[in-house]
Design a protein around this ligand. Structure first.
Ligand SMILES: Cc1cc2nc3c(=O)[nH]c(=O)nc-3n(C[C@H](O)[C@H](O)[C@H](O)COP(=O)(O)O)c2cc1C
Length: 216
């Protein structure tokens, strides 16, 4: 079996990010029964970002996997030797969610040796980032520039990095309940009708591509 780990950095279980993840997983699994796509929901587990305990940099026994004991530790150990990774998040304040960012600190900081600044990532694997956001394609140059330093580290480490974005998402199930601009429901519905299936297809295709790459 080949394992794709999917890290869901969004809080909502049934909305846009979750739907993109499901499409990706279905695409990956459509290729072969040899593909396992396992989703971990960060909002369901108890952890914090890096505490700067420096245990990963101890003299004589450095570790390239975070050693801090909490609910994230077994997930990080599983990811370290997975065959592919998906990082999914709604965009909050122009960035990934805080939960995904905290995960990134725990995942990537142990790779870096302070002795010689080498990068000791345990295993290189294809990584796909899935972002969903309110911004339109014209407004999302902040994403094109790279969502923060952590994405830059992954791109440079893994080399095989793809980003998929679903823009202008349908943010709430019932626009009448909330204080949006008067025509928001219609505008969002029109965008959804024109683009959402295409976005899901992009996620499905990316899942297929990752699975094919892993099995090749
Ligand atoms: C706290 C918060 C901050 C947000 N910040 C942004 C933002 O900076 N840019 C943006 O395009 N959308 C922003 N959004 C919208 C979400 O990214 C968008 O609705 C996303 O698709 C929600 O994902 P979900 O349906 O999986 O929860 C924000 C939403 C929330 C709740």
């Amino acid at each position: 079996m080949k394992k794709i780990m999917i890290i869901d950095g969004g809080p909502r279980k049934n909305m846009n990010t979750a739907a993109m993840i499901e499409a990706f997983a279905n695409g990956a699994k459509s290729v072969s029964e040899e593909i396992e796509a396992k989703t971990v929901r960060l909002y369901d587990i108890d952890y914090k970002g890096c505490r700067s305990c420096m245990a990963c940099k101890l003299k004589g026994k450095p570790s390239n996997i975070c050693v801090f004991k909490d609910d994230l530790k077994p997930v990080l150990e599983e990811i370290a030797y997975a065959d592919g990774l998906v990082l999914a998040s709604p965009i909050y304040m122009g960035e990934t969610t805080g939960e995904l960012h905290s995960f990134m600190e725990r995942w990537t900081f142990p790779w870096l040796s302070y002795k010689d600044y080498s990068n000791n990532c345990p295993k290189h694997m294809p990584v796909v980032a899935i972002y969903t956001m309110n911004a339109s394609p014209e407004q999302m140059d902040f994403v094109e520039k790279g969502v923060g330093m952590s994405e830059w580290i992954i791109q440079n480490t893994m080399k095989d990095f793809t980003r998929i974005c679903a823009c202008n998402t349908y943010q709430v199930k019932n626009y009448d309940r909330y204080e949006f601009a008067p025509n928001q429901a219609e505008v969002k519905q029109a965008w959804k009708d024109a683009h959402w299936e295409e976005d899901l297809q992009k996620a499905f295709d990316a899942g297929k591509q990752m699975a094919e790459k892993i099995l090749a």
